[in-house]
Structure formats: structure tokens, C-alpha cells
Design a protein around this ligand. Structure first.
Ligand code: ATR
Length: 281
């Protein structure tokens, strides 16, 4: 057995994942004898992979899990922490004494990105979240933990927004997309978690002016770096934060677990990924 520490990212497909670039950058920077590889694993094979992880036959110290395995990773882990349990989904695994441990660092990444790019963002009270998928849940969870007292989830399929409201409790309201224009009053944070506008389809005009003066508009999509919704907010004079920082920050806790060093998200690392996005998209 080699002494090199081995970590992975698995998805299906997984070739688009930028996680290897991030972790390999840190491995090199800290001169750690470790590897981080892509593993394409089908949904059918995934439970078996989780068993192999626990038994130690794979030799991995842990890894990241992306679409479509986040729920299955939570279900098949030996133990999940509170963050993953509340979401019913895990994106980070590590092996400990024959057990596979699971957490979810998406919410951490979201908040750490705003802490970096827009300090004080969490002094606001009201947030509007567009979308009601897995990413929306992670955002709702962290902003509730950060003390937002009113959270409005807006979704095309309003039933999915209601599920989130029911799941996370009292201070969350669900609305349909047609109500978007009416719910921005007094909001200090707007988060897009949908792919709206990415496929070239029309994005509805959004008038952000009812939001607070220092409100922030952010997107968790980072291809393109400036999304149509961010461009709209920017042209109306609002501060915007792109979603690439969330990808970079969500990687920090996993790297620390597997390789024992807490890495920084630096301008250099960001530039490396920006250059790759420009080449590949
Ligand atoms: P993820 O887990 O990445 O958040 P998801 O579960 O597929 O992905 O959720 C995607 C979100 O984008 C949903 O809120 C979806 O709305 P529906 O629940 O109504 O499907 C939203 N979405 C995707 N395309 C959209 C579009 N063209 N218009 C409006 N909302 C859209």
C-alpha cells in the first residue's frame, strides 16, 4: 500500500468537475504527498463503492460527491453530521476507523464566499432565494443559521418551495415565480440558485429597487461568471457576488479533513479556475 493520501470526486458524469484543479493546486502548494482523482461511478454502482470505501479496500481517505450522488452519499454513509442530515444530502466524505462519515459543505462555501466578498452581508434581515432544488436548500439552511429572520423562497413549481418552507420552519415563505416582483421589498440579499437564463432562454426583467440600499445579489451558478441576473442587478447599481467563490470555499473543509492542512482561498487559485472556465466554456 502506498503512503500517499488518496482522495476523489465522484459524479455521473464527472469530467466537468473543477474540484481536481482546486485540490491539486493545494496539494502542490503545501507539498503534500497526496492525490485527488475523478471517479465516474454510475448510480447502480454507487452503493457498492460506499461499502468498499468503508472496508478500506479502495485506499481512499475520503472525497467529494456531486450530482447525482449527493442523496445516496448521505443515505449510505455510516454517519452523517447535522448539516448533511438536515439537507438529506452530502458532498464531502471521509473514512474513519472503517466508517464513512458525511457532511455537506455547500452552505459553508456559500457563506464563506459572501464573508470574503461582501463582509456584513448577514447583518440584513430578509433574503429572497430563487429556486427550490438541492442548492436552494443548502443556502436556506446557512442563512437561517446566520440569523436571517425572513426568508422567501420563490420557485416556478411553488410546491417545491413549500416543501422547503415546511422542512426548515417558521420564518420561511413560499411563492411562485409570478410573485417575484412583489416580494423584494426590504430584502437585503437575493440569491439565484436556478439555471434561469443559462440556456439562452429569456430571463424575466427584475426590478431590484425595492431592496435595501446595500443589498447584495449573488448567483451560485458560475458559468458564465457574470450571469444574466447579476448583470441586471449590476446595471441597477447593486453589489453582486459571483458563484465561483462558493465552489472554492466549499472545498476547504474536505481538504483539511483528508490532508490535515486548512487551505486558503487565494486570488491565485481563483485566477487558475477563471482561466480554465474561459478555455472550456
Ligand atoms: P439543484 O439541486 O442544482 O438546485 P434542481 O433540483 O434541478 O437543481 O433545481 C433546479 C432549480 O432551478 C429548480 O428550482 C427549478 O425550478 P422547478 O422546481 O420549477 O423545476 C429551477 N429552474 C430550472 N430551470 C428553470 C427555468 N427555465 N425557469 C424557472 N426555474 C427554473
Amino acid at each position: 500500500m502506498s503512503s500517499s493520501l488518496k482522495a476523489f470526486v465522484t459524479g455521473y458524469p464527472v469530467r466537468h468537475s473543477r474540484s481536481p484543479m482546486i485540490h491539486r493546486y493545494w496539494l502542490e502548494k503545501f507539498k503534500i504527498d497526496g492525490t485527488y482523482e475523478r471517479l465516474e461511478i454510475s448510480p447502480e454502482e454507487f452503493p457498492g463503492f460506499m461499502q468498499d470505501l468503508a472496508s478500506g479496500s479502495t485506499d481512499f481517505v475520503g472525497g467529494n460527491v456531486t450530482i447525482p450522488h449527493k442523496q445516496a452519499a448521505f443515505e449510505h454513509a455510516t454517519r452523517a453530521d447535522r448539516l448533511a442530515s438536515e439537507l438529506g444530502a452530502a458532498n464531502t466524505l471521509w473514512v474513519e476507523d472503517g466508517r464513512v462519515m458525511a457532511t455537506n459543505t455547500d452552505g459553508y462555501g456559500f457563506a464563506a464566499n459572501l464573508d470574503d466578498a461582501a463582509p456584513g452581508w448577514d447583518s440584513e434581515k430578509t433574503a429572497v432565494i430563487l429556486g427550490a432544488g438541492g442548492a436552494s436548500r443548502a443556502v436556506v439552511q446557512i442563512i437561517q443559521n446566520r440569523g436571517f429572520s425572513r426568508i422567501l423562497v420563490i420557485n416556478r413549481t411553488v410546491a417545491r418551495a413549500r416543501e422547503i418552507a415546511d422542512h426548515f420552519g417558521g420564518n420561511i415563505q413560499a411563492h411562485g415565480l409570478d410573485e417575484l416582483g412583489d416580494v423584494l421589498d426590504g430584502a437585503g440579499l437575493f440569491v439565484n440558485t436556478t439555471s434561469l437564463g443559462m440556456g439562452g432562454q429569456d430571463v424575466p426583467d427584475i426590478d431590484f429597487s425595492p431592496m435595501t440600499r446595500h443589498a447584495i445579489v449573488t448567483d451560485i451558478v458560475y458559468t458564465p461568471l457574470v450571469t444574466p441576473i447579476m448583470a441586471m442587478a449590476d446595471s441597477q447599481g447593486f453589489k453582486t457576488v459571483d458563484g465561483l467563490g462558493m465552489l472554492l470555499h466549499q472545498a476547504v473543509p474536505g481538504f483539511e479533513k483528508w490532508f490535515g492542512v486548512r487551505p486558503d482561498v487565494t486570488a491565485d487559485l481563483r485566477q487558475l479556475i477563471v482561466a480554465d472556465l474561459e478555455n472550456r466554456t
